[in-house]
Ligand binder design. Structure first.
Ligand SMILES: *Cc1c(COP(=O)(O)O)cnc(C)c1O
Length: 367
């Protein structure tokens, strides 16, 4: 049997999507316009925020959130070293300095460590809802409020996730989502969206997204070209209709893994699951004894797995000048040796899940 990590070819090979695009192309509007606006208003409603702004990537959602809040040179932004590189890249592109704290057993920011790295230069905390699991926002806000910091949420992996019914992205000053093909709400290319309740952040980011143009001829401030493609907005609206089904399928798959793999403790570790939290399982990440061998064995059995991410950001060559070293973030570094992402996408069938579980058990029984 073959179990692919992704279901992308299935997802976009769909007549109803082709007809949406065919109709859309005939309207002759390829930059911004009603398709982008309708996606933005649907997405704002979905997150429970006043505003949403379609952008060309999740990276730019983070970058423009920082720019809109005037976070730049001389400022520090607290974040985690186990995220996708874009989180940190956006901070650096904005001219600010990333300051890392270690993560907890849920792979999210350890809120008890934030206070210890705050200086007079700290402007913002940037928690990442990694794997689609919301960070402890009560903990983050406890510190942020005491020190007058902005909170910018990297919700790129967490569309649809919530805490006690409140959507991720709506807690902070700004919430940043990605529409990258690998994400749960995905398009056929790059795309991103920023949500906020702040009119000022929205208005500034909206200017920055389109060259700082106030109208066709007047430039308010120098900006960028970071618009969500109209064609991708059509795709996003089409996927949005299916988002709840996509999310529910992933949650169901995760439950099955959770039940079956909890028998495998301590060789397999599953992160704790919190009550009142809706995790959306962008990735299903376990910690596995002999991870590398397990990964090879699963591969030989036709099961594709991944590691998100094998090299912590503070140990990347590009981060050398920040001055971190091995041992600085032991939890993150240990996890990097053990984590494994199993296929979790919405097209997996029961037989495939059973097969993955069966092969994992076989691997450990052989040892
Ligand atoms: C995907 C991702 C991003 C970047 O999104 P793009 O749309 O690819 O630019 C940022 N942060 C995290 C955690 C991500 O997973």
């Amino acid at each position: 049997m073959e179990v692919k990590y992704l279901g992308l070819t299935q997802q976009f090979n769909d007549e109803s999507l082709f007809s949406v695009i065919r109709e859309g192309l005939q309207k002759g509007q390829f930059i911004l316009g009603p398709e982008v606006q309708s996606f933005e208003s649907r997405f704002a409603k979905f997150c429970g925020t006043n505003y949403a702004l379609g952008l060309n990537s999740g990276t730019d959602a983070l970058f423009l959130a920082l720019k809109a809040l005037d976070v730049g040179p001389g400022d520090e932004v607290v974040t985690v070293p186990n995220t996708f590189i874009a989180t940190v890249g956006a901070i650096i592109q904005a001219g600010a300095k990333p300051v890392f704290v270690d993560v907890n057993e849920e792979y999210n920011i350890d809120v008890h460590l934030i206070e210890g790295v705050i200086t007079e230069k700290t402007k913002a905390v940037l928690p990442v809802h990694l794997t689609g699991n919301p960070s402890d926002m009560t903990g983050v806000f406890g510190v942020a409020k005491r020190h007058g910091l902005y909170v910018i949420e990297d919700a790129a992996q967490a569309v649809g996730a919530s805490i006690k019914g409140q959507s991720v992205g709506s807690f902070g000053t700004a919430g940043c989502f990605s529409l990258h093909p690998l994400k749960n709400l995905n398009v056929c290319g790059d795309g991103g969206i920023l949500v906020t309740n702040s009119e000022a952040v929205y208005e500034k980011a909206r200017l920055l997204r389109n060259h700082g143009l106030k109208n066709r001829d007047e430039v308010e401030l120098y900006g960028f070209n970071s618009r969500l493609d109209t064609l991708q907005a059509m795709v996003a609206n089409w996927v949005m209709d299916q988002l709840d089904l996509i999310t529910e399928a992933r949650i169901k798959n995760a439950k099955k893994y959770d039940e079956a793999l909890s028998e495998m403790v301590p060789r397999i570790k599953i992160p704790p699951r919190r009550d009142h939290v809706r995790q959306v399982f962008h990735t299903y990440v376990i910690q596995a004894m002999d991870r590398d061998k397990l990964m090879v064995y699963l591969g030989q059995n036709g099961i594709e797995t991944k590691v998100h991410y094998p090299i912590p950001i503070h140990l990347q060559k590009a981060s050398k000048y920040l001055g971190y070293k091995e041992g600085d973030f032991p939890v993150c570094e240990n996890q990097a040796e053990e984590i494994l992402s199993l296929p979790i996408h919405q097209y997996l069938g029961k037989e495939q899940l059973d097969y993955v579980i069966d092969r994992i058990k076989k691997f450990y029984n052989r040892l």
